[in-house]
Structures are given as structure tokens and as C-alpha cells.
Design a protein around this ligand. Structure first.
Ligand SMILES: *Cc1c(COP(=O)(O)O)cnc(C)c1O
Length: 236
């Protein structure tokens, strides 16, 4: 390994240890087992070489938010790890995402569920695992279905032949109390789980609010900055 690769590996290893410690401490503080939590490393904007290093360090799940970037990285890094698509998704990218993703966290409308179902049907692959994204702030640009319609969307996903409903996902509001927002998500999750007992996942919590999410019952945290470092500002 070159020095640069060795340095990056050491940096990622240290960050990973710190993130895992935060997850464990947050779980233990509310009497949960750290084993209930899955870390999804959000590698957007970082190279496929970082995905490979994280996988060597034991990370089993990576997340991306742009279809083309994710597909290109998947082509280089392969699977495992398991690939999670966490970004807002246009219907015309559904086929591309179904070609590499194991899990899509951001299904927030019926037409997108149908497009993913149809795309998955044409591929030689297991059902696509799906989380219904719940909007906690009503901001259309950030994606998510209103909490009161999330359960109907979950019914539709569960009925689709090539999708497997796993639970819910949300992003905390930009301002406001994350604890309160994640409690709203937990209520939506419970309503859906009452109808679909296998829909046990709650994807919530990012670098800044993972403790609040774990306190509210998150099973999957999506961590970018705290693991990989600061991202360059988005272009375009
Ligand atoms: C970028 C992103 C994350 C990770 O955010 P950090 O604050 O960098 O940890 C999590 N979830 C989604 C949907 C994202 O787009």
C-alpha cells in the first residue's frame, strides 16, 4: 500500500471506531443492545477506493444518494458491501438504481414504487428491499411522504411482487427538535408495523443527530461526514 492509502485507512479506522462508540453509547443509554443497530456508511462524493477500505474495516453497508455516481462506484467496488440508495429518486432513474441497489430508503410516492417494481421484475435479482420515506418537515424538496399517507404507501409496496417492505426512513428537519421529529417517525413506523410485522427497520440519524435517532428507536443510522470527513460543496 502507498503511504496515502495507509493514511486514509488509518483515518477511516479511527473515525469508524469513534462512530461505533457513539452508536453503542446511545443504545446503552436507553437500554438497547448495540447489536440492534446497522451502520450505513454514506460514501457520496468519496471515491470507490474509500468504499473498499471501509469494507476491509468491516463496514457491511454503504449508502449513496445519486444514481449515476452510485452505479459507477458499484461497478468498481462491487458487492458486498450491501448498497443502499438514500437520495431523492426520479422515476426515470428507477431502472438504474434497481440494477445495483440492495435497498432503497427513499420511496415516497406510488409512481416511484411502481417504477422500481417494474424495473426489478426485469432483472435476475432478489426483491428490492424498500423503506418508505416519511417527511417530517413538509418540505417537498427534501423528499418523503406525509406521515398520514405513509401507511397507504407501505401497503402498496408490500403488495408489489418484486419489492420487499422493510420499514421507514426519514431525515430530521433542518431546524427544530430532532427528538420530536424522530418520535413522529417512530409513530409512523409503529402504524406500519401493525399491518406489516416484517417492516421493522427505522432508518434515521446522520452524523449530527445519531444519538437522538437511536434514542427514538432507529435501527439503521446513515453516517457520512463523521466517517469520511467533510464533503466538497455540491456542484450543480
Ligand atoms: C448525505 C446523507 C447522509 C449523511 O449525512 P452526514 O451528515 O454527512 O452524516 C444521510 N442520509 C442522507 C439521505 C444523505 O443524503
Amino acid at each position: 500500500m502507498t503511504d496515502a492509502v495507509t493514511d486514509r485507512r488509518a483515518e477511516l479506522a479511527a473515525n469508524l471506531a469513534a462512530v461505533r462508540e457513539r452508536m453503542s453509547a446511545a443504545a446503552r443509554a436507553v437500554g438497547r443492545s448495540p447489536d440492534e443497530l446497522t451502520l450505513v456508511a454514506v460514501t457520496k462524493t468519496f471515491p470507490a477506493s474509500d468504499v473498499a477500505l471501509l469494507a476491509e474495516l468491516g463496514v457491511t453497508d454503504v449508502g449513496e444518494n445519486r444514481a449515476q455516481e452510485a452505479a459507477a462506484k458499484h461497478a468498481v467496488a462491487g458487492s458486498p458491501p450491501r448498497w443502499h440508495f438514500v437520495g431523492t429518486l426520479q422515476r426515470n432513474k428507477a431502472a438504474l438504481v434497481a440494477s445495483f441497489a440492495d435497498v432503497v430508503h427513499s420511496v415516497d410516492r406510488a409512481e416511484l414504487a411502481h417504477a422500481l417494481d417494474r424495473a426489478t421484475a426485469t432483472l435476475d435479482r432478489p426483491p428490492l428491499e424498500v423503506l418508505v420515506q416519511v417527511s417530517l418537515d413538509g418540505e417537498p424538496g427534501r423528499g418523503g411522504a406525509r406521515p398520514d399517507i405513509a401507511a397507504d404507501l407501505a401497503d402498496l409496496v408490500a403488495a408489489a411482487g418484486h419489492l420487499s417492505l422493510r420499514g421507514v426512513m426519514a431525515i430530521a428537519p433542518l431546524d427544530g427538535d430532532p427528538e420530536r421529529a424522530f418520535a413522529t417517525l417512530a409513530e409512523a413506523a409503529a402504524r406500519i408495523r401493525a399491518r406489516h410485522p416484517d417492516a421493522t427497520w427505522i432508518s434515521a440519524g446522520m452524523s449530527g443527530d445519531l444519538e437522538a435517532a437511536v434514542t427514538a428507536g432507529a435501527t439503521h443510522v446513515r453516517i457520512g461526514t463523521a466517517l469520511l470527513g467533510r464533503r466538497p460543496p455540491p456542484v450543480g
